[in-house]
Design a protein around this ligand. Structure first.
Ligand code: OSB
Ligand code: MG
Length: 379
């Protein structure tokens, strides 16, 4: 279905501060709170109706996961991206990629703008994103991402808590020095049937193949992004050396690049993160190219609020998402969310939202409480 085009009447960039319930350590750093950039648009459709739409930018505070960071995302939006959108007399979310293509990079910033426009257009049409893309699952299995712990005992206590919460899949963050021993202890505690996987966030090198092959003893679903993001051939060599499937996260930034990585043997499973690839529309295209090549996909997370998580849940209802995603309960990271309908886990599953747009409702008073700044950039 084609959505009615329109134009941007007003665009606000809002920065919020949300503390995490506990620090989240990865191989690239420790996050104790999130400084998140939200985009609010007032959208006027061709027929004259005005609708609100929201986007969440997944860029972190520092350029440690990828080159983007939240201050940079806000700057590129204000100075380079939004002028190309606000000057259009008539546009659709499907035009955003083309209009912003002259600006290189910055997929997280671009994706947040596309998301806000798509949310508004879908709300104007009264349909959900899931319905729009033909995603039919009503519930999806929920996995949890567990940070690196200093000692194995505290890691086991944390993992046991998530098992008790009902999560159906555990992902352990790893790095050299916190890998085989941690995985062995967790596998021993959770038993052979619980799905388990690891994420290195680029912490290893091409010479670590024999070491990473030791993880083959623990029946992992996958090893996520062991090598630097630009090292596709290195991942292909590793895939030949290690039995556990190699999954790419940071390396995948477009559908065409994903096809290349698959054809080179570097990507046996794909982590799809809409922000990393420039938005939900490119995420659907990556799903499609993987599905037609029998590459399993799952939906990654960027410690989003209920805004991004609701959208991720709708995306993950597509049929190619055959593995549990990092779509955990809001309470995994936040004591209170900025939406009135945060993600909850029931029997290890999340109910896919069905209301129009990306399916969340803003908790305006709490959002105002946690807002550090609001910048009006248009309107
Ligand atoms: O590599 O998957 C990652 C969080 C922030 C940055 C990168 C990653 C992560 C996660 C997902 O592991 C955590 C989540 O959102 O549930
Ligand atoms: Mg990852």
């Amino acid at each position: 279905m084609t959505l009615e085009p329109g134009s941007l009447r007003r665009v606000e960039l809002r920065r919020i501060d949300l503390p995490l319930v506990s620090p989240f350590r990865t191989s690239f750093g420790v996050e104790a709170d999130r400084d998140i950039l939200l985009v609010r648009v007032e959208w006027q459709s061709a027929s004259g109706a005005v609708t609100e739409g929201w986007g969440e930018c997944v860029a972190l505070a520092e350029p440690t996961y990828s080159a983007e960071y939240v201050d940079g995302a806000q700057h590129v939006m204000t100075s380079h991206l939004l002028p190309r959108l606000t000057s259009a007399a008539s546009l659709s979310a499907t035009d955003v990629g083309t209009l912003l293509a002259p600006i290189h990079g910055h997929p997280m910033a671009k994706g947040a703008l596309e998301m806000a426009i798509l949310d508004a257009q879908l709300r104007a049409a009264g349909i959900s994103f899931g319905e729009h893309i033909g995603a039919s699952a009503t519930t999806i299995p929920s996995g949890v991402s567990v940070g690196i712990h200093d000692d194995v005992d505290s890691l086991l206590a944390t993992v046991q808590g998530y098992v008790d919460d009902g999560y159906v899949r555990i992902k352990l963050k790893i790095e050299p020095g916190a890998d085989v021993e941690h995985v062995a202890a967790v596998r021993d505690m959770i038993g052979p049937d619980m799905p388990l996987q690891v994420d290195a966030n680029t912490a290893y090198t091409r010479t670590d193949g024999a070491h990473l092959a030791r993880l083959d003893d623990y029946d992992l679903l996958l090893i996520e992004q062991p090598l630097p993001e630009d090292d596709i051939i290195g991942h292909a060599r590793l895939a030949a050396e290690v039995v556990t499937p190699i999954c790419l996260d940071e390396s995948l930034v477009s559908a065409s690049g994903t096809v290349d990585a698959i054809e080179l043997g570097a990507c046996e499973i794909a982590n799809i993160k809409p922000g990393r690839v420039g938005g939900y529309l490119e995420a659907v295209r990556i799903h499609d190219v993987c599905r037609s090549r029998d590459i399993p996909v799952w939906c990654g997370g960027m410690v989003e609020t209920g805004i991004g998580r609701a959208a991720n849940a709708m995306l993950a209802a597509l049929p190619g998402f055959v593995l549990p995603g990092d779509i955990s309960a809001s309470t995994r990271f936040y004591a209170r969310d900025v939406v009135t309908d945060p993600i909850v886990i029931v029997d290890g599953h999340v109910t896919v939202p069905t209301s129009p747009g990306f399916g969340f409702e803003i908790d305006q008073s709490f959002l105002d409480e946690v807002t550090a700044s609001t910048t009006l950039v248009h309107g």
